[in-house]
Write a protein that binds this ligand. Structure first.
Ligand SMILES: Nc1nc2c(ncn2[C@@H]2O[C@H](COP(=O)(O)OP(=O)(O)OP(=O)(O)O)[C@@H](O)[C@H]2O)c(=O)[nH]1
Length: 184
């Protein structure tokens, strides 16, 4: 049976959210930067022998002052929080956005994966692997570094998000079901 999973991709501006989603869904990458308004993508994947119909919401960038859009909470099963390995500030924003989401939802934990993008830009790296992993550990989420330019680890990032969602559904329902793990 196919399972439907809704995933929201959050993170500050220009970290590579759209590039990550487009590489995953369309296997394409562009060096150009077009600020995102908001867009949903559909992609079906098979992971651990189960078919998942994923609805992926690519959001406009948030910063530490952005209010959380309610559309980013209702019906969402899990989150991909994106920062760039070239920007320490973008990693800090993740913790802030995560805390705001938890406050809004009245929960202490949200199924998520922390994704460090632009891993191909080794000479511009300003956030090391350990620093990214520490934030992921603090929010109890998965962690991975990816390059949307060369495709490295992109699919794995979404599989890790599915893993976190399934873990949560098993905890709340005893067995992974098609329920929405609505954080509201
Ligand atoms: N080298 C490299 N560049 C990347 C990578 N991912 C994104 N970029 C570049 O970074 C810039 C911003 O990427 P976007 O995907 O538009 O970023 P975004 O987070 O969706 O931006 P907003 O819509 O403003 O929130 C673009 O010029 C991309 O080409 C990557 O993995 N490697």
């Amino acid at each position: 049976m196919q399972r439907r999973r809704k995933i929201a991709v959050l993170g500050t501006r220009s970290v590579g959210k759209s590039s990550l989603v487009k590489q995953f869904v369309e296997n394409s990458f562009s060096e150009s930067y077009y600020p995102t308004i908001e867009r949903a993508y559909l992609k079906t994947i098979v992971h651990n022998g189960v078919e998942y119909a994923c609805e992926i919401f690519d959001t406009a960038g948030q910063d530490e002052f952005s209010p959380i859009n309610m559309q980013h909470t209702i019906g969402i099963h899990g989150y991909v929080f994106v920062y760039s390995i070239t920007s320490p500030a973008s990693l800090q924003v993740i913790q802030i956005v995560y805390d705001k989401l938890c406050d809004l939802a009245g929960v202490t934990n949200i199924p998520c994966v922390i994704v460090g993008t632009k891993s191909d830009l080794a000479s511009s790296r300003r956030v090391n692997w350990v620093e990214g992993k520490a934030v992921a550990d603090a929010v109890n989420g998965g962690f991975i570094e990816v390059s949307s330019k060369n495709g490295n680890n992109v699919a794995r990032a979404f599989e890790l998000c599915i893993d976190e969602i399934e873990k949560r559904l098993k905890m709340t329902h005893g067995v992974a079901q098609d329920h929405k793990c609505t954080v509201m």
